[in-house]
Design a protein around this ligand. Structure first.
Ligand code: COA
Length: 143
């Protein structure tokens, strides 16, 4: 199973259906044009990787690269939106995509890679080499 960059055509390979398994998403509100614009605005510091199987996107993960002034303009990798299709979970696909993003962050010169997750997923990320540190806080602007 190859890991590749997201492509505009992934809109037709059930990509939104995969993302729905991660959080709220109204497919009817996202047109192909919106998706196309989004993909065209991705850049070297905003990377989305996917795995395709039988004409369907079955896994996805994002790496955002932040350049700081601190740490001598050090780069931090932020891993976001890891999801594996419910039909193929437990087959090490999630670990494969997270390890790929960790390696990518390293190769792009990040001095660390971080992520947020809920308690239920912490064991999964520990198996991918992460450890717990500090706490996450949030403030929403809508209900
Ligand atoms: C979390 C998720 C990405 C894991 O993907 P997956 O492909 O099923 O996980 P893997 O098969 O790669 O698991 C790797 C290891 O972690 C373990 N693991 C996976 N999920 C786990 C969990 N919730 N709790 C404890 N261990 C877990 C596996 O047993 C496996 O252990 P092993 O190496 O000893 O066999 C997947 O369940 C998912 O998409 N969930 C819904 C979306 C989500 O919550 N994403 C995370 C957002 S922070």
């Amino acid at each position: 199973m190859n890991i590749r960059n997201i492509q505009i055509n992934d809109f037709y390979l059930d990509y939104l259906n995969l993302l729905k398994q991660l959080s709220i998403l109204n497919e009817k509100e996202i047109s192909f044009k919106d998706f196309n614009n989004f993909c065209n605005n991705l850049n070297d510091n905003h990377l989305i990787k996917v795995i395709e199987l039988n004409d369907k996107i079955i896994a996805s993960g994002t790496l955002l690269i932040e350049t700081k002034i601190l740490h001598n303009f050090g780069k931090v990798g932020h891993i976001e939106d890891i999801v594996v299709d419910e039909n193929v979970r437990g087959m090490n696909i999630g670990k494969k995509i997270v390890e790929y993003l960790i390696d990518l962050a390293y190769k792009k010169g990040c001095y660390k890679v971080i992520l947020n997750c809920n308690e239920n997923n912490s064991k999964f990320y520990e198996k991918c080499g992460f450890k717990k540190k500090e706490i996450e806080m949030v403030k929403y602007f809508y209900k």
